[in-house]
Design a protein around this ligand. Structure first.
Ligand code: N01
Length: 554
C-alpha cells in the first residue's frame, strides 16, 4: 500500500508500524486479523498478560456471558464457527477465554501482540500525519493509523472509601480477579455491589463463605438465565443455519438473531394476556426475549410498569423473608433501562442462613476499617471484601491514555462535558484514530463481538478506500460529529433509558458528566447509516491526499 513504510515486520524496527491497535480483546484481535489482510504492518499493545480483554480480567466465580454462546462468537470465519463447540447455552468465562485463545492461535495473531504493555499517552503529528504512542514497556511507538480497541467495561472502579489500605483481610475487585482463584471457605465475606458481577458471584461465594453480607445500594431487575447444556440437535441446527443467522442478526436492533421483533403494545393486551406473555418469557430465560414481550417496554412508562410489576411479584415469590424481599424489589428505575441481569439462583441465595442483605442506601458505607467496614449504622467484621462495584464505562479506558489530537488539544479537555464522536468511530480533532465500539455507537447495546466486527470492517474498508485514492489522513468534521451526538441524544431521550442512574449515563462515577453514551437507535439502523456514509465516499469526513491536496468534506 502506498502509505505502508515497508513490506515486512522483520525488516523494520519494532517501533514503527502502519497501524497500531490498542487492546487484544475480541475487538483488537479481529482488527489485527483484518488489518493484516490489507497488507499492513500492525503492532498490538495490550496491558494484560494475554489475549481476551474482559474475559482475561473478569475471572470471578460465576462469571458468564449474558448473550447466548451461539450468538456471542465471531462470525467472520465459517470454519471457525463450525468447528467450535459451545457446551452450554451461555458461555462461562473460562470457556470464552479458551475460545479467544483458540482464535488467537488459529489465526496466528500472537506474534504481533506486545503483552503486559500499557499505552500511556498518544500525540498526533499533523505534519507527518502520524501517531506516536508512549508505552510503559516498549518506549515510543508510531504509526499512521491508531485503532483503539480499549473496551467499554475495562476500567474497574473501587469506590473512594477511606481506610481501604488499613483493611487487615484480603480484598478483590471482580474485574481484576486473581488468576489462581479465591477460596472463601469458612471466611466472613462482604460483597459490595449488586450489578451483573455481584449477582453472578454472590450465589457461589455464599456456598463457600462462613457468612456473607451483601451490601446493596440499588435493587436491580434480575431475570432467570435458564442456563443449560446446549443439546447436540440445537447446536447442529444452528450451525447449519449460521450464515443465515448472522445475516439476520445484522438486521436486528440488538445484533442478535432468533427474537422476532414484537408488534403489540403492552397496553393493548389484557392483564391475563400480559401475565401469560411475561410468564412464558420468564420460563424461557434471557433478557432480550423478555424485553421483546411488547414493542413499547422501553418507550412507554405505563407499559414498562406492567413488566416491572410482574418481576417484583416473582421476587416476592422467590424470597422467604418478606422484609428481605421488599428490599430486593427494584423501584427507582424502569425495567430494562439499566442492563438487565441474568441470574442462576440469586434470589434463592437470600433464603440461606449464612447470607444477610444490608441496605447500603439507607445506611451508606462510610469507611473500610482494619477489621471490615463501617456503615452509618453498624460495623461489620470480614476476612475478605469483594468489590463488585463496576467500571468507569465507555470512556474510562480512553481517558486513561493522555491523548492529544492534531492541534495538541487533549481528549480529556474535549470530553470534559461528556464524550463526543462521529458514529463512535472517530473524534473531531483526532485524525487517523479510530475507535472500536466507542461512545455513541451501539456497543454495549448490541452483541459486542458483532459490533466489533462491524466497526472493524468499516475501518478496514475505509483504509482500503484511502489506499486506492492515495489518501493519507482522515478525520471527522466537527459538523458531522455535532450532528451525530445530537441524534444520539435525541434517540436516547425518546426512550426511557435516561430515567435510570446507570453506567450508560455515567451516573455510577461521582462527577462524571451525565450523558447517555451508547446509541440506542438500533444496531440495524446504525449499520445502515455507516454503510451509506461509506457509499457516499465518507460523507462527513475530511480526507487528505499525500502532500498538500485536501478533499473537502463531501
Ligand atoms: O457493575 P455495575 P458490574 N456503595 O456498575 C454498587 C457487564 N457485565 O460489574 O447501582 C455501595 O452494574 C452499585 O450500586 P448503584 C454488564 O454490562 C456483564 O456488576 O450504583 N454500592 C452497583 O450495585 C454489566 O452491566 C456480565 O447504586 C456501590 C454495583 O456496585 C456491566 O458489566 C457480567 C458503591 C456496580 O454494578 C457492569 O456490571 C458482569 C458504593 N459506594 C458484568 N459504588 C455478563 O455478561 C458502586 N456500588 C453477565
Amino acid at each position: 500500500m502506498s502509505w505502508q513504510a515497508s513490506a515486512s515486520v522483520s525488516e523494520k524496527p519494532a517501533t514503527e508500524f502502519d497501524a497500531i491497535v490498542v487492546g487484544a480483546g475480541v475487538g483488537g484481535l479481529y482488527a489485527l486479523h483484518r488489518l493484516r489482510g490489507l497488507g499492513l504492518n500492525v503492532g498490538v499493545f495490550e496491558a494484560g498478560g494475554d489475549v481476551g480483554g474482559t474475559w482475561y480480567w473478569n475471572r470471578y466465580p460465576g462469571c458468564r456471558c449474558d448473550v447466548e454462546s451461539m450468538e456471542y462468537s465471531y462470525s467472520f470465519s465459517d470454519d471457525l464457527q463450525q468447528e467450535w463447540h459451545w457446551p452450554e447455552r451461555y458461555g462461562t468465562q473460562p470457556e470464552i477465554l479458551r475460545y479467544v485463545n483458540h482464535v488467537a492461535d488459529r489465526f496466528d495473531l500472537r506474534r504481533d501482540i506486545r503483552f503486559d504493555t500499557r499505552v500511556i499517552s498518544g500525540h498526533f503529528d499533523a505534519a507527518s500525519n502520524h501517531w506516536t504512542l508512549q508505552t510503559d514497556r516498549h518506549g515510543a511507538v508510531s504509526a499512521r493509523f491508531c485503532i483503539m480497541a480499549t473496551g467499554n467495561l475495562s476500567t474497574p472502579r473501587v469506590p473512594d472509601f477511606p481506610g481501604l489500605q488499613s483493611f487487615a483481610g484480603k480484598w478483590y475487585h471482580t474485574g481484576l480477579w486473581p488468576h489462581e482463584g479465591v477460596d472463601f471457605t469458612g471466611l466472613r465475606v462482604g460483597v459490595i455491589g449488586t450489578g451483573s458481577s455481584g449477582v453472578q458471584s454472590i450465589p457461589l461465594i455464599a456456598k463457600q463463605a462462613k457468612h456473607l453480607h451483601v451490601f446493596q445500594r440499588t435493587a436491580n431487575f434480575i431475570l432467570p438465565a435458564r442456563n443449560a447444556a446446549l443439546d447436540a440437535g440445537t447446536e447442529q441446527r444452528q450451525k447449519a443455519e449460521y450464515a443465515e443467522r448472522r445475516r439476520a442478526a445484522l438486521a436486528t436492533p440488538f445484533g442478535i438473531a432468533g427474537h422476532p421483533p414484537p408488534v403489540k403494545s403492552a397496553l393493548e393486551a389484557t392483564q391475563e394476556e400480559r401475565d401469560a406473555a411475561y410468564e412464558a418469557k420468564w420460563a424461557e430465560g434471557g433478557s432480550i426475549s423478555f424485553l421483546y414481550a411488547y414493542n413499547d417496554l422501553l418507550l412507554n412508562k405505563a407499559a414498562n410498569d406492567t413488566a416491572a410489576e410482574f418481576v417484583r411479584r416473582k421476587i416476592r415469590g422467590l424470597v422467604n423473608d418478606p422484609a428481605v424481599a421488599e428490599l430486593l424489589l427494584p423501584r427507582d428505575h424502569p425495567i430494562g433501562t439499566k442492563r438487565l441481569i441474568l441470574d442462576t439462583g440469586y434470589y434463592e441465595t437470600y433464603n440461606r442462613d449464612n447470607v444477610t442483605l444490608v441496605d447500603a442506601r439507607s445506611a451508606p458505607i462510610e469507611e473500610i476499617t482494619p477489621a471490615g467496614l463501617r456503615t452509618t449504622e453498624a460495623e461489620y467484621d470480614f476476612d475478605a471484601i469483594v468489590f463488585a462495584t463496576g467500571f468507569d464505562a465507555m470512556t474510562g479506558a480512553l481517558l486513561d491514555i493522555d491523548l492529544h489530537g492534531a492541534a495538541g488539544a487533549s481528549l480529556k479537555d474535549k470530553w470534559a462535558d461528556g464524550p463526543r464522536s462521529n458514529l463512535g468511530l472517530m473524534i473531531a480533532g483526532f485524525p487517523n484514530m479510530f475507535l472500536i465500539t466507542g461512545p455513541q455507537s451501539p456497543s454495549v447495546k448490541a452483541q459486542m463481538i458483532l459490533a466489533c466486527e462491524q466497526h472493524t470492517d468499516w475501518i478496514v474498508d475505509c483504509l482500503g478506500y484511502m489506499e486506492s485514492h492515495r489518501l493519507v489522513r482522515i478525520e471527522t468534521t466537527q459538523a458531522a460529529e455535532d450532528s451525530w451526538v445530537a441524534h444520539n441524544n435525541e434517540v436516547a431521550n425518546s426512550t426511557l433509558y435516561p430515567l435510570a442512574n446507570s453506567w450508560y449515563m455515567g451516573a455510577n462515577i461521582p462527577g462524571k458528566p451525565r450523558i447517555f453514551m451508547p446509541y440506542v437507535g438500533g444496531f440495524d439502523r446504525y449499520k445502515q447509516v455507516c454503510d451509506e456514509i461509506a457509499a457516499k465516499g465518507y460523507e462527513g469526513f475530511t480526507l487528505t491526499a499525500a502532500k498538500t491536496l485536501a478533499l473537502e468534506p463531501i
